[in-house]
Write a protein that binds this ligand. Structure first.
Ligand code: PEP
Length: 252
């Protein structure tokens, strides 16, 4: 079975202007020589994609967008279509909990966007995660299984080559309260990998990188890197500092 190459991705969210993003990307690209066997991805705001792409060119650092529309074009003011991202980035974050919480993203729209990303040869980093009340009511694994099933609804096993799934418990994002490695292990090895195996087959599921996200930083990254089914991290706050982001990557 293929063991996934670890991926450490930085979600810059609505932070950094073009100059600041370019400088951050250049600092990460300058430090990437110290990272062995880990793929790095930076996900700046849309307006900085071209500048960041140019700043990391030739370094091995990849670029991702933070969202996209599922349709190829149309009357959707303010939206960005998948073909517009081609050439600017290789990855796209889909279904981040902030999109689900503040912008009406649903399991159904996530499924359509994942299929659209794959169709345009963009690698979707699909975010799933339970809220605190879902965890406290004992429904975390069920919620995650449903989110993964919906995200994969329009894919065949042959479409899963570039797929990446990030487990980001909503209660751990931006709170400084990371999940424990035990929780990551239960959800990622259990609910996520087994749901993928049921849909895509065991071998395909085993090759999909699973990232943990939620208050990952230089101090706790090694705990997550030690978990068998954690193949990297999706990093928010700590990705805005090149040294911290690179330190997370070193842990994997
Ligand atoms: C995120 O929003 O994807 C994230 C993981 O944020 P943070 O690392 O800041 O919790």
């Amino acid at each position: 079975m293929t063991v996934p190459t670890p991926i450490v991705a930085g979600n810059w969210k609505m932070n950094t202007d073009i100059a600041g993003g370019t400088a951050l990307a250049a600092a990460i690209a300058a430090g990437v020589g110290a990272i062995v066997g880990v793929d790095l991805v930076v996900c700046p705001p849309f307006v900085s994609l071209a500048a960041v792409r140019d700043a990391v060119a030739g370094s091995g650092v990849s670029v991702g967008a933070q969202n996209m529309h599922a349709d190829g074009n149309g009357a959707f003011t303010g939206e960005i279509a998948p073909p517009m991202l081609v050439g600017l980035c290789e990855y796209v974050i889909i279904g981040h909990s902030e999109r689900r919480q503040f912008f009406g993203e649903t399991d159904d729209s996530v499924g359509r966007k994942v299929a659209a990303a794959v169709a345009h040869e963009l690698r979707p980093i699909v975010c799933v995660g339970e809220t605190l009340s879902e965890r406290e009511s004992g429904n975390a694994a069920e919620v995650i299984r449903w989110q993964v099933t919906s995200a994969l609804a329009e894919l065949d096993a042959g479409d899963a080559d570039g797929l990446v799934i990030a487990y980001e418990p909503v209660w751990a994002i931006g709170t400084g309260r990371a999940a424990t490695p035990e929780i990551a292990d239960q959800i990622m090895g259990g609910a996520i990998r087994s749901t993928m195996a049921a849909v895509l087959g065991l071998d395909v599921a085993a090759a999909v990188p699973l990232l943990y996200g939620g208050s990952v930083n230089a101090a706790n990254a090694a705990e997550f890197a030690a978990v068998e089914n954690v193949n990297g991290a999706l990093v928010g706050g700590a990705s805005l500092d090149a040294g911290s982001f690179l330190a997370v990557a070193v842990a994997f």
